[in-house]
Design a protein around this ligand. Structure first.
Ligand code: ADP
Length: 508
């Protein structure tokens, strides 16, 4: 039982070790190096073996050449029927080295003479009668010269067979050279490889492991530091040792990611705090008004109605803020479902103008609307309506009584440009880009004090998001003391089917 657990523990430890990039890198490195060394050794060994064989063949060829020259020379001194035998015997005596075996065959294929007839012969007896020797001689056939291997002795022989003419007849010379010295050399080379390869791989693995450890050390330290970074210390960054190398680039990319996450967190934090701030005011008014209504005993119905009116207005305002916040959070998450359909943009603009006419009348604002007919568009009608109403509401809200409000629409290339121009107080130049930010109001005190439902500063953010959700845009085209013009561009026939719109989150 204990042993089973012990083995399982060892397996787990082994797996854990393999989970380390350092160890895996070292294994790979050692494996590839071992393979490389083995292949290299095999190639080297093969080349070495080949060249040794070539050298042996060359030696044999030279020796046979010298031997035949000697035989020719000896033939000049020998006459009679045994001349050939005597001449070849002389040549053998002259050229005989240790490890060499000579044999000369007469035209009938019988051994004329051989070094084995000489005293002190060291080659094995019966070598000339062995199968491999006979085969070499037979294979030579009519060929002038043939090299081949013959078994026997300690490591076999390399042999050359040569036909040569003597007194008008063809004799055969065979010289065998023992392969023992070459084999010994090759054996030494093999032994060298046997220890050089494992030692090189072992040394390289140890070196590779330390190298991998050293190179990966910054990664380990980065991951430790990254593990320490949380929501509360998102402003911390990883150290970048060398911005040009891969690890430096990784750290830099990670830092950029942290920067984006940090900004996004900051945006969310600000959004939350602004939202709760905006919600706190109407909630406090609701509570205060209700407390006042309940504090005194019997009161005239008129006063209760007035209190209920205030409660209703604030509840409406609260509902509007909550709805706007909900819209923006869903837009941020890319989850606002757009429902595109075909309709006429001119009709929508006319309808919105009509809806706000009574508000304008109440403030004696002269509202005009100039829209050409037949402007087909594909988009989410409810959202586009909300965008236009936000612009008209603002224009009426911020234009003093007796002012003018002009709504116009024109075709601009492939899109429609809707202009809403008022004669309000305008927006200071340095704040003009900020009006699209969430919760931004030019004059918070002024807006809040107004009884006409001063907004929470979300209307233009939502309007801009709607325009961008339709692949259009919303800009403040002009704003000065004489009034402001907001322009919304909406593509004529572009389908807006995606709900993931990035701009809402970027608007602050
Ligand atoms: P709000 O709900 O407060 O109107 P918006 O996002 O619609 O929020 O507008 C942001 C701010 O931009 C407003 O508080 C106001 O100060 C300014 N603003 C918007 N429209 C106009 C306009 N037509 N004329 C002057 N100021 C405007």
């Amino acid at each position: 039982m204990r042993r089973t657990r012990g083995r399982a523990g060892t397996r787990r430890a082994g797996r854990a070790m393999l989970d380390s990039v350092r160890v895996r890198l070292t294994f790979w490195y050692a494996g590839v190096l071992a393979l490389f060394l083995v292949v290299l050794s095999l190639i080297t060994y093969f080349i070495f073996w080949k060249s040794t064989l070539r050298r042996t063949d060359n030696d044999l060829a030279e020796l046979s050449e010298a031997f035949l020259t000697t035989v020719q020379a000896e033939m000049l001194d020998n006459h009679g029927p045994d001349a050939a035998k005597l001449a070849t015997q002389e040549a053998i005596v002259e050229h005989r080295f240790r490890d060499h075996v000579f044999a000369v065959f007469d035209p009938q294929g019988e051994v004329l003479t051989s070094s084995q007839d000489l005293p002190n012969e060291t080659s094995p007896a019966g070598l000339l009668a062995s199968g491999s020797f006979r085969k070499l001689v037979d294979d030579s056939g009519r060929a002038g010269r043939l090299f081949g291997n013959v078994k026997g002795g300690r490591n076999g022989y390399r042999g050359v067979v040569r036909k040569f003419p003597l007194k008008g007849q063809t004799y055969t010379l065979v010289i065998l050279q023992s392969l023992h010295p070459q084999e010994e050399m090759l054996e030494e080379v093999r032994h060298t490889f046997d220890w050089v390869i494992p030692i090189s791989v072992a040394l390289a693995s140890v070196g590779g492991y330390f190298l991998a450890r050293k190179s990966l050390a910054p990664v380990v330290s980065m991951s430790t530091q990254a593990g320490r970074i949380g929501a509360e210390n998102l402003n911390e960054r990883l150290p970048v040792q060398n911005a040009k190398d891969e690890l430096g680039q990784l750290a830099a990319s990670f830092n950029q990611l942290l920067e984006r996450v940090d900004q996004s967190f900051e945006r969310q934090r600000r959004f939350m705090s602004d939202a709760s701030h905006e919600l706190r005011t109407p909630a406090a008014i609701l509570r205060g008004e209700a407390e006042v209504a309940l504090s005194r005993g019997e009161r005239p119905a008129e006063e209760y109605r007035e209190s209920l009116g205030v409660l209703h207005a604030e509840a409406q305002r609260l509902t509007q803020i909550v709805e706007d916040l909900f819209t923006l959070t869903r837009a941020d998450a890319g989850q606002y479902p757009l429902s595109p359909r075909d309709f006429y943009f001119d009709e929508l603009v006319a309808d919105c103008t009509h809806t706000t006419r009574s508000l304008a009348l109440a403030k004696q604002i002269n509202l005009t609307c100039e829209v050409p007919e037949e402007l087909p568009v594909r988009g989410d009608e409810a959202l586009l309506r909300r965008m236009i109403l936000n612009l008209l509401d603002n224009a009426i809200k911020y234009t003093p009584a007796g002012g003018r409000l002009a709504v116009s629409c024109e075709r601009a290339g492939n899109e429609y440009a809707l202009s809403v121009t008022d004669t309000g107080p305008g927006i200071p130049a340095e704040l003009q880009q900020k009006v699209f930010e969430r919760f931004f109001r030019v004059d918070k005190a002024r807006t809040r004090s107004e009884k006409d439902g001063g907004g929470a500063g979300l209307g233009l953010s939502i309007a801009r998001w709607i325009a961008e959700a339709h692949q259009g845009r919303l800009i403040l085209a002009r704003s000065d003391a004489s009034g402001s013009t907001f322009r919304a561009f909406v593509p004529a026939q572009v389908a807006a089917q995606s709900a993931s719109v990035p701009s809402a989150s970027a608007s602050r």
